[in-house]
Each structure stands twice: as structure tokens, then as C-alpha cells.
Write a protein that binds this ligand. Structure first.
Ligand code: DAH
Length: 359
């Protein structure tokens, strides 16, 4: 247990020899200071504490036997005081050394806890409208349909006139058209893309067109001023209503499930003749009646028909030679039915809690 000190004699020897209390105090103190300077890790701090303050074999305890006991009676109080002073100094110093060592180590090591979960990576989700679109495209692509888009800013001609709307047709108002400067407008449906494609490509044509459409509607659970439509059409030399029916029946079975049946109801659109609206058997209650189908067992999902000869003519095709069918629907509505979403506006609020569900 020898250590360096001023007199060059081992400290335990000094203690044993009952040196002059003041001198011994100074020796012990300087010996401790030297050792403390070398203790730089928490382990070394612990060893320093054991060596000096250890109950049984610590150096301070040894001073009881050899220093205090050996001191002449009149010096005992002085020795006791010096002992206490030394103990307090050593305790404080050991503590400070331990604290410094911990701080130093904390600085040297990065603040790393390998057991903590990693930072969450912001991972995008696929928007329900996009999910529905992909499902629809997956059904039409294998049937030989190409996919196209068109401009959202349209002319009156493409949005209405070429589609056989008479100039004073109430649909121009009914569709709540948003007009822009210079006679341009935000398209109210994707049907103008039919004209654009018929103008630029020769039949046979099989196309799916999709994109945003705009109407000056007051937003509520089923209306949004911007929503998505999808339009499919085919033009060839001997197309019949039977082709339209078969195609759409196949489509709704693929999209809503194999039990789904389609009901064709006569209707009217300026750009198709004859026209129909298609209802499907309610996928939520299998026709027994529920809140979603308003107890009717059917849900209206799309409009369709044989392309009006005037429309073919407006696009530069000879209606004597070519026929076509077309169908259009709201993709948002399809997404709502498929994923059981009861408010269209949820789709456009950008709330991550809603969107995250569609990973
Ligand atoms: N364009 C119609 C609308 O927005 C939907 C539609 C109906 C499209 C019948 C069609 C169709 O292609 O044949 O209300």
C-alpha cells in the first residue's frame, strides 16, 4: 500500500509511526491529491473511494488504529479534528472526481440507446382515389384499353358543343360550370377527352380516360368542387349495346365482387343514344337493404350509352361506318363504396390519420 508523498516514506508507515498530527495531515492530504489526479474513469474513482474511505481496510480507518490511538491524550482532539477534516475533504473530492468522470464519459460516447425504437420514417400512403383508379385500370388494361388523360382547362366546344349539348342546353347550368377568362372553362367531366382522342386517332379505339373535373358545387359529404372521373369508351365497326353491357357487367363484378349484378336503367345524356344508368346490387347488404343503398338494394354507379352519331360526326368519324359505346363515373364515389368512406371531403383534407389507413 505504498504511495508517493512529500517525505518519501510510505504513507501507512507514517500513520503507523504516529507522526506529528499536522504533518501527517498534510502528508495524507497531498498523497490523496496526487492519487485523485490520476483517477479519471468511474472505475478508478470507485477504487480511490475504496482505498481511502473503505470501512475496513481504507486508509482513513487505518488512521484510527495507528494515528488516533497512538496519539498522546492531549493531542487526540487535534488528531480527531484533522481526521474528520480529511474525511470530509476526501469524500467531497471522490464525489467530484466520480461526477467529472461520468460527465467526461458521457461526452466521449454519443448519447445512444440501442434499445430505443428508431425514428419513424415518414412513409407515404396511396390515396384512396389513386387506389381505386389503379384497380379500375387493372381491369380494363387486360381487355385491351389504353389509358389517357386530357386538359383540365377546356373550351366550351370540347366540354359541351362537340358532345352534342345544344347551345341552350340546361346541362350547361346544371353542371355548375366554372368559367375562366377568354371563354375557357374548367372541364365539368372527362367526356371531352373522347372527342380529343377520336380526333387524333383512327378506330378501332379502346380508351380509359381519367382525371380531375370541377363543378361549382357547395361542398358536403357527397359533393366536392373538384373530384375525379373515369371515362371508358370503344369505337369500332360493329359495336353493339351488348358489347357495352357485357363489358360493364364484367367490370362491376371485378371491382365490387363476383356476386355483383348490374341493372341498366334507360336514361338520357346528350352524347349517347340510347343512354342508360347502371345500378349495382348493394355490395354492403347483398340487396337486403341498408343505410348505404337507402333500403333499395341497389346503388347507382355510372352513366353509359352508345356514342351519339352526332358526336362521332363532330369528331370527324363516319357514323355509317363506326359505332361506339361510352361510360363514365366518379372515381371518388367508387373509392368511397369500395373502402367504406362516408364523406368525400375526407379525401381532400390531407389529414394523415385518414390517409395513413390506405397503405
Ligand atoms: N359525363 C357524364 C357526367 O359527368 C358521365 C357519363 C355519362 C359519361 C354517360 C359517359 C357516358 O361516357 O356515356 O355526368
Amino acid at each position: 500500500m505504498s504511495i508517493e508523498h512529500k517525505t518519501g516514506r510510505p504513507i501507512d508507515e507514517l500513520i503507523r509511526d504516529g507522526e506529528d498530527p499536522e504533518l501527517l495531515y498534510a502528508e495524507l492530504r497531498s498523497a490523496f491529491e496526487q492519487e485523485r489526479g490520476k483517477a479519471s474513469t468511474p472505475q478508478q474513482g470507485q477504487a480511490l473511494r475504496d482505498r481511502w474511505l473503505g470501512r475496513r481496510s481504507g486508509l482513513l480507518s487505518a488512521t484510527n488504529d495507528h494515528w488516533l490511538k497512538a496519539a498522546p491524550r492531549e493531542l487526540k482532539p487535534v488528531v480527531g479534528k484533522l481526521q474528520n477534516l480529511l474525511r470530509r475533504e476526501i469524500e467531497a473530492a471522490v464525489e467530484a472526481a466520480a461526477r467529472a468522470a461520468v460527465e467526461e464519459q458521457a461526452q466521449a460516447e454519443p448519447d445512444l440507446d440501442a434499445t430505443l425504437p428508431g425514428p419513424e420514417r415518414a412513409c407515404g400512403a396511396i390515396h384512396p382515389v389513386r387506389l381505386a383508379l389503379e384497380e379500375v385500370l387493372d381491369i380494363f388494361r387486360p381487355l385491351g384499353y389504353s389509358v389517357a388523360e386530357g386538359p383540365e382547362i377546356e373550351t366550351f366546344f370540347y366540354n359541351f358543343e362537340a358532345l352534342n349539348f345544344p347551345p341552350d342546353h340546361p346541362a350547361v347550368d346544371e353542371m355548375d360550370t366554372l368559367f375562366l377568362n377568354d371563354g375557357a372553362l374548367l372541364r365539368t367531366h372527362t367526356s371531352p377527352c373522347q372527342i380529343r382522342i377520336m380526333e387524333s386517332k383512327r378506330p378501332p379505339l379502346r380508351y380509359v380516360v381519367h382525371g380531375k373535373v370541377y363543378r361549382n358545387d357547395t361542398p358536403d359529404a357527397t359533393h366536392s368542387p373538384m373530384f375525379h372521373q373515369l371515362e371508358m369508351f370503344a369505337v369500332d365497326e360493329s359495336i353493339t349495346f351488348g358489347d357495352l353491357k357485357g363489358t360493364l357487367e364484367h367490370f362491376v363484378r371485378c371491382f365490387f365482387g363476383p356476386q355483383t349484378q348490374a341493372r341498366f336503367r334507360p336514361s338520357f345524356f346528350p352524347f349517347t343514344e340510347p343512354s342508360a344508368e347502371v345500378d349495382i346490387t348493394c355490395p354492403f347488404c347483398s340487396r337486403s337493404g341498408c343505410r348505404i343503398c337507402k333500403q333499395t338494394g341497389f346503388i347507382e354507379v355510372l352513366g353509359c350509352g352508345m356514342i351519339d352519331p352526332n358526336v362521332l360526326r363532330n369528331a370527324g368519324l363516319d357514323p355509317q361506318r363506326y359505332q361506339g359505346f361510352a361510360a363514365g363515373f366518379g372515381l371518388d364515389r367508387f373509392a368511397m363504396l369500395k373502402y367504406n368512406i362516408d364523406d368525400i371531403l375526407l379525401m381532400y383534407q390531407g389529414d394523415a390519420r385518414f390517409l395513413r389507413q390506405f397503405r
